[in-house]
Ligand binder design. Sequence first.
Ligand code: SF4
Length: 760
Amino acid sequence: MKANDKDTESLKASRPKTSAAGVPGVRHAIQYSLTQAGPLRTTLTLLNLNQTDGIDCPGCAWPDPAHRHRNEYCENGAKHVNDEATTRRVTRDFFAEHSVAELDSRSDLWLNQQGRLTEPMVKRPGATHYEPIGWDDALGLVAEHLRRLASPDEAMFYTSGRLSNEAAFLLQLFARSYGTNNLPDCSNMCHESSGSGLGETLGIGKGSVSLDDIHNADLVLVVGQNPGTNHPRMLSALEETKRNGGRVVAVNPLPEAGLIRFKNPQKPRGIVGKGTVIADQFLRIRPGGDLALFQMLNRLLLEAEDAAPGAVLDHDFIDAHTTGYHAFATHTRGVTWEHVLAATGLDRAEIEALHQQVLASRSIIVCWAMGLTQHRHGVPTIREIVSFLLLRGNIGRPGAGVCPVRGHSNVQGDRTMGIWERMPDAFLDLLGAEFGFDPPRAHGYDSVDGVRAMRDGRAKVFVGVAGNFVRAMSDSAVTEAALRSCALTVQISTKLNRSHTVCGETALILPTLGRSDRDVQEAGEQFVTVEDSMSEVHQSRGRLEPASPDLLSEVAIIGRLARLTLGEDNGVPWEDFERDYGLVRDRIARVVPGFETFNARVAAPGGFRLPNPVNDLVFPTPSGKAVFVPNALDWLEAPPGHLILQSLRSHDQWNTVPYAMDDRYRGIHGARRIVMVNPDDLADFGIDDGALVDLVSIWTDGSERRADGFRVVGYPAARGSAASYYPETNVLVPLDSVAEISNTPTSKGVIVRLEPRWDG
Ligand code: SF4
């Protein structure tokens, strides 16, 4: 939303819900789908969504079960796929009618609701409007800009997790053939801390568990995550855990509906019954307190072992498969209750109760999302969780392990395909050998460094393949200015978004096929492949008539751009790749470990699971062992009169895109510029529920940032915390406020005060 949209907001707040899904979830999914796509396309998308020969849901990266229902999707998946399948169209007449400046004054919601893009458009230098341009001219213009740059490192190629494996592999091949590793992606802003922490401790930056593990765990800790809105079918898996006798503990600053009770709409008991209680224990932790919590859990495990030697820790596992235990144990024994209680805002009894559940559980899984990763100490938090699991051998056996839950459908697969500014030499060696060139070795820009480079004039061409970079990034004002300073911005997109209105001197919109669109090339109908959060690789096949005859697939756009930029004789058969995606998969099979005989294996219904060496107790770390890392205790302290603000999504939102102004589970309707605060904190501040305030963030360098015009909503959040929607609050986070090591913006740890407005 733009700031001026606050004038159109009309907040109605009611009590937060205490259960998720059920009949209302189905009703909302169908209602939104029908308003977007109509009955025929809605029926087609929903019957094909997440079926073995159908459309992989672009809504998130939660895996599909082995045995699928006819209706294998959630409310948000249905809304998301039909948001893409919409019958609304953005045509050349639309762009003639609306100037870029006028479009920029519109809200994110309005932009998205205009429908699917239909043909390539260009905004030329000094022009006020986009105008139509043919594909050859559009791609020629990009190639010309790229060839004119003084260095390939003046270009950057951003991707979101919508990209298929095939398109991602070709994009990184093109960028590296062109001569740069500038491949920032949306993962830089979300799970980069997970990759960094897991890579250092286990040797691989991915989750280790399968759906069966979740079903059969004795204890699942869901930390800093709201699956009811962001990965709804995870609730079905947790319901199965409960039915199998396992327990679930939720650790989160807000009591989210999906973690309280789940009414599974696929089961009669979810339709007419009370549903299933999900969390056996809920710890309402202060944002950023998770590192302290796990440090204390680890200290308590060490002390329990002292009291009953050999009965608590798995010494055989520690001795055989880990390194660093003794230094870690010495450090951990020094953790104090005083610090942990201050950091977490929890009672000692709550933490001791969780410790008892841990002691009673043979197999434990820890799941997490952005609540852990978008803090300055996100990486140490992940390392501490790994140590927690290593102490009792909860890695590499059934019902146990690490589970970072990804939000974007193929963000994990894109990284596997080489979308990373720091791919290891082993990958680059194989890529170079396969295609006969020497890939650049110098690390490229991630998302934060990319904005710095554009801001400072070191990057001049931005190519965004999917996503909405300007709204996803922190420090909105700096990011917008950075993009506007580019000579050329290119967005390969399905729908209109802010990244089309905040553009460089020359700007191109290149419309592409969506996941749900049928993709027919010379060799026939094509499918693409994706990798979910649990490393399952499978097909996705679009079923709908494309939104316009003038769309190209991402594979085609990247291949044609590569030919025009690199020349016809660059040694890569781009035309063949466009004709038949199976030929791309043949090359992936020769370059990317785990993809041997890719085409044959992905032809099987449900595809295949990539090997994770951790599950065979093989740790690809320098020592060959899993690593205990002692972490300095770090937490956020808000000065008097201040709160720790986290940004989050509403239930009617997918990443940067709001579908409506409501957040049903939290009882918020008709408004997005709201801030949820504990009523006791409001009483302390003398601020009324419903008051209009500005959010003012304060930073250690003495700077302040302001997001104006937010309605206060009294909410049962952790004391000392606040929550507000992203991307409206991105403006509060300076570009340089990033997690140690991973460089992820610290969007979950913003110290703010609420300044009442005179006009409230
Ligand atoms: S859980 Fe995620 S992948 Fe599954 S249907 Fe819902 S949004 Fe789609």
